[in-house]
Design a protein around this ligand. Sequence first.
Ligand code: GRG
Length: 298
Amino acid sequence: MTDPQLQPYFDFASTMQPEIDKALDRFTQLGDDCPSKLREAIRYSLLTPGKRLRPLLVLMAADVCGLPLMEALPAACAVEMVHCYSLVHDDLPAMDDDRLRRGRPTCHVAFGETLAILVGDALLAQAFHVLCQLERPAGCIARCCRELAFAAGPESLVGGQVDDLAGLPADGNLADLERIHRRKTGALIKVSTRVGAILGDADTATLAALDTYSQNLGLAFQITDDLLDIRGSSGVLGKTAGKDAAQGKVTYPTLLGETASRQRTEDLIAEARDALRPFGQQAAHLDALAQFILHRDR
Ligand code: GRG
């Protein structure tokens, strides 16, 4: 039976995930100048059933700020496109060399390495093309573009990935690890709520509260990812479990142990939920999503 505290998350997700998927489908009905193999590979990677957490965060943050959900849909899709590009590139042999993603062969296994690189390139560009289709004032769109570009760029996602691939030295500490994850995993989660809030004309206090929420959520998300890598099964996760240990990676559980890592996740989620207090019931969906992170098994 579903935990009643998670119900607002499942209600929101069951209504909005199909809308997100329909919009992603629409935004990838590319014209004849897009080679059919490229279109097929883009859609193969993007339209597979992921959790759609980042687009849900965009929509929930927009909702808290009073923007009609459908108006934020292009931004939700743009963030998912950047996320999907990062997964396709991360899975490449030159990076994490993974063969399973979202329960299916990874893009380069299905379509070859060259096309997988180009799928990532195309998704990154298409994200900004889609973001510019928002029906919001030009200044607001420009701000969203700047925020997403920063989150995807060398001081965030790409920088975090470079440091993650280099690996922490054996004497690496928690601060070093969190610096990687703040950029590699956290930045896209943080920008999701920021973009939703910016579209909803949020004031500074609202943006700051949502930043606190999403920063704590991002770190908690990464720790649960590390724990699932140990305890989860590839079948449920839809990706290869046990990779961190196989690669001898320094992770939260290797630094803190599993029990303390679990406790840290709970503390971070409590802090994330605390930041939502000023919004009361309006933030019920964001609150339930935070609790979902604690319970997720994939
Ligand atoms: C290639 C620039 C570049 C960055 C790659 C995506 C990524 C950065 C690394 C993947 C490795 C990893 C396990 C990251 C932890 C967090 C993460 C992004 C997990 C996957 O996201 P989910 O669980 O995936 O939201 P779905 O498939 O549900 O969308």
